[in-house]
Design a binder for this molecule. Structure first.
Ligand code: F6R
Length: 598
């Protein structure tokens, strides 16, 4: 993971680098550091913890320096410590890296055998190897080429040499963009962090090596590279009146879903439908691929497609798919990748793998500038706007909406849905924002649930059918931001093992839409109550039970909107419970927003 920044030949380096780094902080916040560079001098400052801590340590203005490289870390190899914080530097070289160097142990054996010190991190290894190589190779380009030839892994590096005052950028797998404005050059792992600083942009490709000397940029491996005009993103990095990004993003759902649906209601689909028709002519199945929350969107899509279309559907964790044999020549599956960031390494690698085997791919993403967009055959956007809170909320529901729309298109093309059914389902999708607004207004249940959770040792989420993936998502939200032990179960599975977990210190949250399975889920609740467990039910219909169960009555749902209606209250209870616990809600421990390592 991690985020890297470079600003070459500019001023106000302290303010600018801290500003860009704080926008990259979603990529990791274990430690941060900067190297200021000029006149053959390097000054490096690192801190364990967040950018705000680094900011306090940057006491001077650094006006005498013309360039800076910086880093915000999500620890992979080596503990969280000042020693493992980037940049790694001395008076001659400074470097920052996003990624993992897989063969670092081999590099240590080959180049650093004489080294007494225990080298914990892969990137420190690269730094020390580069120092060793520089003793024999004077020419900087040859040195970088040599370094590149011995590295195995996925990475993006910025490397500064003080004697020549050159900065080199290398990319293999991890994202890196370069932007320009007048005589200044900027690098960032995420181009949107450069918004206010650049006019032109180029997204480095794997294998690219760039040199920046003063303000001159040379592409050492590819002369045809062209900078393109940069369009500022409309994304805002502000919490507004909200205490955290997460709660702001939960509240934004009605509006971003409305915007996303508008897009899918427009003529755009005429175009897309033609492409989809072509794809479907040669395809007999869809495989949905994602990680974490995005995987829960995949699971929900499976229920939608099974209900409204006749196409075969399966779901894969991207991290598993990557290592599976998919050489089945008879299968003409279309792979559909779901990713908020469009940069998740497992998903990206799975996409590249599938592409290399000749399969067609569609990406559903919130980041239209991302690497996945550049790799896929077709992109379907979600318009959630920038999501900053590490726990995904509005991006998830926008993914569900894009998938629901895709499903209806397939249903029409495959003649599983007639136009009346199609229009009715589209109307249901358009009504979602108003139902979610109603849920946002009903806050009377939150305190009671926070209290129940406060005295519990674990919380289980139970549901059936198309809200079962929402139970998994509710559980993921709760555990990632409050650290409470939690799991999601399919209601019918409880009796096959999980019910053994139930006792009076456990809270079970049952999602029970008013459908043909309503009574079955009621029975699940009864079985839990009979064993002394506490039960909270979310439903649009009361169970009529007089027993010790707490009911929250939600707006009436339809099959297609139920996943949205049952998601939002779970996001809210996770948020308010975590608030009560005093955790770091927007940046929970051990996590990062964009998981760009394997
Ligand atoms: C959980 C969460 C993660 C992400 C996962 C995939 O709240 O945000 O589970 O969903 O890391 O990320 P993207 O969608 O960016 O590929």
């Amino acid at each position: 993971m991690c985020g890297i920044v470079g600003i070459i030949n500019s001023n106000e380096l302290k303010v600018k680098s801290l500003n860009i780094l704080s926008k990259l902080e979603y990529r990791g916040y274990d430690s941060a550091g900067v190297s200021f560079l000029s006149n053959k001098k390097i000054k490096t400052i690192t801190e364990v913890g967040k950018i705000s801590k680094l900011s306090k340590s940057l006491t001077s203005t650094y006006d005498n320096f013309h360039s800076v490289i910086g880093h915000t870390r999500w620890a992979t190899h080596g503990v969280v410590s000042k020693n493992n914080a980037h940049p790694f530097s001395d008076q001659k070289i400074s470097l920052v890296c996003n990624g993992i160097i897989e063969n670092y142990k081999d590099l240590q054996k080959k180049y650093l055998a004489h080294y007494k010190k225990n080298i914990e991190s892969d990137v420190e290894t690269v730094f020390l190897v580069l120092k060793e190589l520089s003793k024999k190779i004077n020419d900087k380009y040859k040195l970088i080429k040599k370094l590149k030839s011995i590295l195995r892994g996925n990475y993006a590096f910025l490397i500064y040499f003080s004697d020549t005052e050159e900065t080199y950028a290398l990319k293999a797998g991890s994202p890196l963009s370069i932007g320009k404005k007048m005589n200044s050059v900027y690098f960032s792992s995420d181009p949107s962090a450069l918004d206010e600083y650049i006019y032109e942009i180029y997204h480095l490709h794997d294998g690219d090596v760039l040199r920046v000397s003063k303000s001159e940029v040379s592409f050492l491996n590819n002369n045809k590279v062209k900078f393109l005009p940069y369009q500022q993103s409309t994304n805002k990095f502000s919490k507004g009146d909200f205490k955290h990004f997460m709660i702001k993003e939960i509240h934004e759902q009605p509006i971003v879903l409305k915007n996303t649906q508008k897009y899918y209601d427009k003529d755009y689909f005429v175009d897309f439908r033609d492409k989809l028709k072509d794809l479907l002519q040669e395809s007999n199945s869809f495989v949905f691929v994602g990680c974490g929350t995005a995987y829960h969107a995949c699971l929900t899509a499976k229920y939608y497609f099974e209900k409204f279309t006749s196409i075969n559907v399966s779901c894969e964790y991207a991290s598993e798919l990557r290592y599976k044999n998919i050489n089945n020549k008879n299968s003409k599956a279309i792979y559909i990748f779901i990713s908020q960031s469009g940069e998740t390494m497992d998903t990206l690698m799975a996409l590249k793998y599938v592409k290399s085997k000749g399969f067609n791919s569609i990406v559903i993403t919130n980041s239209l500038e991302s690497t996945m967009v550049r790799e896929a055959n077709i992109t379907l956007p979600t318009f959630a706007m920038k999501e900053i809170g590490v726990a995904s909320t509005k991006a998830f529901t926008c993914q569900l909406l894009a998938l629901a729309n895709l499903c209806l298109e397939v249903g029409v093309i495959n003649k599983n849905l007639n136009s009346k059914e199609y229009l009715k389902l589209k109307k249901d999708l358009r009504n979602i924002p108003s139902k979610l607004n109603k849920i946002l207004k009903m806050d009377n249940y939150l305190d009671k649930i926070v209290n129940l959770l406060s005295s519990a040792k674990a919380c289980y989420f139970i549901a059936r059918n198309n809200v079962f993936p929402i139970a998994l998502e509710g559980s993921l939200k709760l555990k990632e931001i409050s650290y409470m032990h939690s799991e999601g179960f399919a209601g019918g599975e409880m009796k096959h093992g999980p019910i053994a977990l139930i006792d009076k210190e456990v809270v079970s949250i049952c999602l029970n839409p008013n459908n043909e399975l309503f009574e079955k889920s009621n029975s699940n609740c009864e079985e839990i109550l009979a064993r002394g467990g506490k039960v909270i039910v979310f439903s649009s219909k009361t169970s009529g039970s007089k027993k010790n169960l707490f009911e929250v009555i939600l707006p009436k749902e339809t099959y297609i909107d139920a996943p949205f209606i049952y998601t939002m209250p779970l996001q809210l209870i996770s948020y308010y419970y975590a608030l009560n616990e005093g955790t770091d809600i927007d940046q929970p421990r051990n996590l990062a927003k964009s998981v760009t390592v394997e």
